[in-house]
Design a protein around this ligand. Structure first.
Ligand SMILES: [Mn+2]
Length: 433
């Protein structure tokens, strides 16, 4: 029988998924429920060990919200002879050790409190079958690699697993920066890391694998794709198997939709609706746990409707709700980005010396890498940034406590969009005259 380990991280009990549509109850997609689901998943798969790689609790003020569900879940796992091992992350460096002291279950341990490495033996029938090396965040920030103080040795003939909350290959990170090379130099079989919410498995033929199981509940459009706990199976000398499991009832997606050839707005809308419907049907069959898909649409292609599509940026997020064919899944739109172009060749238009030619050159230049900017384009972008700054500094808006200035790339896209709108207006006048 292989040794089965369920690995997860960054549960963030206390949070809910973001960008939920207003008709949905946030309670339905909360991280507390994700933990309850993990316990059920561990029982269903009859695992030997559950690993929690930090940021289990969102913040200190979530102590009471987290305590009940955590204790109940750990007790349930203990009753089924499942060991639960955790390390603290930057978010729960203080609250997880406190919770761990309160939970008296024999089979639960917080490893590596106060930033000191600790080893734990998982036993089956009186025999050590797995050793776990863990380290917990002592403070909210940790500027150096925890591997600097790693002194544990891996036993012969027993697989060893490293458990750590850390930022991989981000040199100046404040969150325990570690490098792939450092982890690779250890004799462990696999490292399970927390901190990065998007799941990622680095398979290595030599040295240990590295796994970010990611957050079991998708929480943000920046974390697209499938989320859930991971199953690690170790079977003697055979290579380990590392498998992602479905689990998150919410999923975020960026969907590119090419509407080339749709030359009136109704046709464009039909094209978009079909694309959303097809995607919903595909996900309903592929990811059976998903109930809600929150989509970011990126509309591309050449169409005479490239101006009109901007109207959909407001309309679709409000109006478009599509059910999967089996009505288990609902797809909603979080945002729409209009990346369409006019149905003309901008490069040849740019050869003209008139206003249309100049505007086409500008639009093309805005698409090229920034280091190729000419002085006049650089000046235009500086002017735009200045305008944005003035707007944010205006006293009339001072009561709006916001710091969501568009990033320079977003501003560039916006300027390009305005350029295309202007080009299309000029072209329509040229066609009429
Ligand atoms: Mn973290």
């Amino acid at each position: 029988m292989p040794l089965k380990i369920l690995a997860t991280a960054d549960i963030h009990i206390g949070r809910t998924a973001s960008k939920l549509p207003s008709h949905v109850a946030a309670e339905q997609f909360c991280c507390r429920q994700a933990w309850t689901d993990i316990v059920e998943c561990a029982l269903k798969h009859s695992v030997d060990v559950v690993l929690l790689a930090g940021d289990v609790v969102d913040r200190k003020n979530r102590f009471f919200e987290a305590y009940g569900p955590l204790e109940a879940g750990i007790r349930k796992l203990s009753e089924s002879n499942i060991d639960t091992l955790a390390v603290a992350g930057n978010h729960d460096h203080d609250v997880l050790p406190r919770l761990a002291q309160q939970v008296s279950e024999q089979r639960f341990r917080l490893l590596g409190a106060h930033g000191t490495w600790e080893s734990y033996d998982v036993e089956r029938d009186g025999k050590v079958v797995l050793q776990i090396h863990g380290w917990s965040f002592p403070e909210a920030h940790h500027l150096i690699s925890p591997l600097n103080s790693y002194h544990l040795t891996c036993p012969d003939n027993v697989p060893t697993l490293g458990l750590l909350h850390a930022d991989l290959d981000v040199h100046n990170s404040k969150y325990a920066p570690v490098s792939t090379q450092e982890l690779q130099r250890t004799d462990t079989t696999i490292w399970v890391l927390g901190h990065v919410h998007a799941p990622k498995h680095y398979e290595h033929t030599v040295g240990p694998d590295i796994l970010y199981p990611g957050s079991p509940l998708a929480m943000d459009p920046g974390e697209p794709g499938q989320h859930g706990p991971w199953l690690i199976e170790i079977d003697g000398d055979r290579p380990l198997t590392v498998t992602p499991l479905t689990g998150s009832p919410v999923r975020y997606e960026t969907v590119p939709i090419d509407v080339s050839g749709s030359d009136d707005l109704e046709a464009v809308e039909g094209h978009i609706t079909n694309a959303v419907r097809e995607r919903a049907a595909k996900l309903e069959s592929e990811d059976p746990g998903v109930e809600l898909v929150i989509q970011r649409l990126r509309i591309t292609g050449h169409t005479s409707q490239c101006r009109g599509i901007s109207q959909l940026e407001h309309k679709l997020p409000q109006d478009l709700v599509i059910l999967g064919p089996e009505e288990r899944l609902t797809a909603v739109i979080e945002s729409v980005t209009n990346d369409t172009l006019p149905p003309i060749d901008l490069t040849s238009l740019a050869d003209r010396t008139d206003l249309l030619g100049q505007l086409s050159s500008l639009i093309l230049a805005l698409d090229r890498p920034r280091h190729e900017d000419q002085d006049d384009l650089e000046q235009l972008m500086q002017d735009c940034l200045g305008q944005v700054e003035r707007c944010y500094a205006a006293s009339i808006y001072s009561s709006l406590d916001t710091d969501d200035r568009p990033a320079e790339d977003a501003l560039r896209d916006h300027v390009k969009r305005l350029g295309i709108d202007l080009l299309e207006t000029l072209r329509s006048q040229e066609l009429i005259s």
